[in-house]
Every structure is written in structure tokens, then in C-alpha cells.
Write a protein that binds this ligand. Structure first.
Ligand code: ZN
Length: 393
């Protein structure tokens, strides 16, 4: 048998392990007997996952219990990389990153809650969070407001936003701009231009749906890596043409590297008929995000696993749906590079789910009900090797 030192040297992870750590068991935690589903590495098989020093050390069948300080029995459960939610709102006290951790969300991006005037408080929330929080800075100085933060376009102050980005470069991962007519009036295109100016090489996330300008005019201003959220918004100016087919400009934007994200939310962002028409044309999302807020916790959104379950109901294969909240999501944010998979040596961010079978009712943004037959329910979450048990199971 290898000594711990020889094992670590053999696996090339010696430098990552504090020398002072002493443990008789080789692993801190072994998640045993689950169906390991890691789309980024094309893994879908029953195996044990061994964790040590906050990192994944091995994924293999039959790791000895004697080698583990702690064992989690994951038989009949699904073990995935920790979920990544690209669009949440954790700036208000009614929804904390810690609450989302217990849903299985180990990494997230706040989508524009704050702008240059109030970014400091949101950065403090991110710094204090037990999970990984990054921020898309709202191009409007105020961040999201109920009145519509871009009705006066001068709120999109490029210099102020650039100063905020510079000051918080470790926390700001991109720029958010909300473009619906009730937010940005008739100057949505100018708002996109300013957001692009601020973002430079970082991504811009665009909130579309019910915009003044048609979607192709907006897409024409984007660069590869930019993210369109609320892609299944109902009209005016949805992603469909008058005949109900996906616009050629939308497909062309995807071909040149623009990403398309769900952003479930509560109002105006997703209806079943739009999803049906788009997916009949083969237009599935690149990423599935919740756009969750405090009120969304109990109304139309609930949590990211519920939003993923909606896409299972809508016909997305399980591995593809999980990819949309793991490796695909990680690819959108440079700070999440290397996350969203379970490879040995990676941070031990892991979610364990039950895939319950039965009749489950899901609603869209106009409360249209549909019944699905599978639902992901979070069982346990591991963040940097530390185990949290879900409150929602
Ligand atoms: Zn949002």
C-alpha cells in the first residue's frame, strides 16, 4: 500500500496539500455508490468519489471505507459537480448565497443587482459567502431598480463603471445590461454599446425580452462570449420570427460564440409555447440559470434544481441539462475556469441529488401549469471539501 506522501506525490498533488495536516484516514470524505454524472468528462457511471484537502482525489469503484474519515451513502442518488448559477440576485438581505449553497449551488454570478454607486455592499456579500460569488456589474450606476434603471441613459456612466471594475477586479466578472423597454426605453442599443465599452474582454450579459429594438439589432452588437439571458421571453421581439421559427440571426450569433441562457425569473422571461417553438427548431439553451430573488424563492422559480427539472420535463436529456449548470456554465466566467467537473485535483465542489419520480407540477412566467415526471431534489452539497446537508430535501 502506498503511504499518503507517496500517494500524493504519485498523483502530482503534493504542492496543494498543507504539510502540517495530519490524518490517519487517507480521505476526509468518500461519497459512496452514487451515479456519478460529470458531462464535462463524459462520465456517467456508479462510482465512489474520494475527497481530501478540499479537492477531489479519486473517482473509482469500491474505495475502502477504512480509508475515509467520513462516508456519505449516495446509493440511488446522482452525484454531479457543484451547480453553477449564472444569474442570481443576492444583493438583498432576503436571499443569501448560503441559502443557495444548500440547493447545490457552489458557484454563482449576481446578474446586475448593483452598479457603480452600490457595488461595495454587494462585494462584501460575495466576500462573506461560503460559496463562490462573482458579479456582473450593472452598467447603470444604481443597479436594478423597480422604476427602470436605464430610462435615463445617462445612468449608464461608462467612466464610473470602469472605475468600479478596476477597484473590484477580483469580484466583477462581467457587465449586465437590462434592455426591456420598461427598463431602457428606446435606447436599448446605446445601452448595449456602453456595456460593451465597459466590459472590454469580459462578457456582457444582456437581459432581453419586450425590448424596443428587434433582437437581431441587439445581437449584431455582441462579441463571442457575451451571454443573452431570458432567451425564451415572450414577445414583443422574442427569438422567433412571425412564423414561429428561430430567427436566422439568433443561430448565426450562436455560431460565432454568443451564449444563450435561460434566466427563469418570475415575469416576462419564459413561457412554455416559446420554449416549445424554439426547441422544436432544435434551439436548446447553452446554460440554465434561475434569475432567483428573495420573492422567487416561493414563486415561479423556487431553486435551480427545480428550473433544471423543468427542462427535463421539456425533453432535455439529463446529462445535457446537468451540463447546462456545470461545465457549460463554468465556460462563461474566467474565474470559474476548471470548475463544473469532477476531475481528480479539482476543488471538491459536489452536489448530490435524488431524481424523484412521480407527478410534479411546474409553472412558467404566466402560471401555465405542466406536469413533469422527474424532479431533482438536493440531498447534500460539498463545497471545497466541506459537507452541507440540504434543508429542502
Ligand atoms: Zn436578473
Amino acid at each position: 500500500m502506498l503511504t499518503r506522501r507517496a500517494f500524493l506525490t504519485a498523483t502530482g498533488v503534493m504542492a496543494l496539500t498543507p504539510a502540517s495536516r495530519v490524518s490517519t484516514a487517507r480521505y476526509d470524505l468518500v461519497i459512496k455508490g452514487g451515479r456519478v454524472l460529470d458531462p464535462g468528462r463524459q462520465v456517467d457511471r456508479v462510482a465512489d468519489v474520494a475527497i481530501e484537502g478540499g479537492r477531489i482525489r479519486a473517482i473509482q469503484p469500491n474505495i475502502a471505507i477504512a480509508d475515509a474519515a467520513d462516508v456519505f451513502d449516495a446509493r440511488d442518488k446522482i452525484v454531479t459537480p457543484g451547480l453553477i448559477d449564472l444569474h442570481v440576485h443576492v444583493g438583498a438581505p432576503d436571499l443569501t448565497p448560503a441559502a443557495l449553497l444548500r440547493d447545490g449551488v457552489t458557484s454563482m454570478v449576481d446578474g446586475g443587482s448593483a452598479g457603480a454607486d452600490n457595488i461595495d455592499a454587494l462585494v462584501r456579500v460575495a466576500q462573506a459567502a461560503p460559496n463562490r460569488v462573482r458579479i456582473f456589474l450593472n452598467v447603470a450606476r444604481t443597479g436594478v431598480t423597480g422604476q427602470g434603471e436605464l430610462l435615463n441613459i445617462e445612468a449608464a456612466d461608462v467612466d464610473a463603471a470602469r472605475r468600479a471594475m478596476k477597484q473590484h477586479r477580483d469580484w466583477i466578472a462581467g457587465v449586465k445590461v437590462r434592455l426591456s423597454e420598461n427598463v431602457a426605453g428606446d435606447h436599448d442599443l446605446e445601452a448595449v454599446r456602453r456595456a460593451r465599452q465597459v466590459a472590454g474582454p469580459l462578457p456582457v450579459m444582456l437581459h432581453v425580452g419586450q425590448t424596443f429594438s428587434p433582437l437581431p439589432k441587439i445581437l449584431a452588437l455582441l462579441k463571442p462570449g457575451d451571454i443573452v439571458t431570458h432567451i425564451y421571453s415572450p414577445p414583443p421581439h422574442s427569438l422567433l420570427d412571425a412564423a414561429g421559427h428561430v430567427l436566422p440571426e439568433v443561430r448565426a450569433a450562436r455560431m460565432r460564440g454568443v451564449r444563450f441562457d435561460v434566466g427563469n425569473g418570475r415575469n416576462g422571461h419564459i413561457t412554455w409555447p416559446i420554449v416549445d417553438a424554439a426547441t422544436r427548431d432544435g434551439f436548446w439553451p447553452d446554460t440554465i440559470s434561475s434569475d432567483i430573488t428573495g420573492p422567487g424563492r416561493t414563486f415561479r422559480v423556487f431553486d435551480l434544481p427545480t428550473v433544471v427539472s423543468k427542462f427535463l420535463m421539456l425533453g432535455m436529456p439529463l446529462d445535457q441539462a446537468i451540463a447546462c449548470v456545470t461545465n457549460h456554465a463554468a465556460a462563461n466566467v474566467s474565474a470559474f475556469k476548471g470548475l463544473g467537473t469532477l476531475g481528480p485535483g479539482r476543488p471538491a465542489d459536489i452536489a448530490v441529488f435524488e431524481l424523484r419520480e412521480g407527478d410534479f407540477e411546474f409553472v412558467d412566467n404566466v402560471d401555465a401549469k405542466r406536469t413533469g415526471h422527474r424532479k431533482l431534489v438536493t440531498s447534500t452539497v460539498v463545497m471545497n471539501g466541506k459537507k452541507f446537508v440540504s434543508e429542502r430535501s
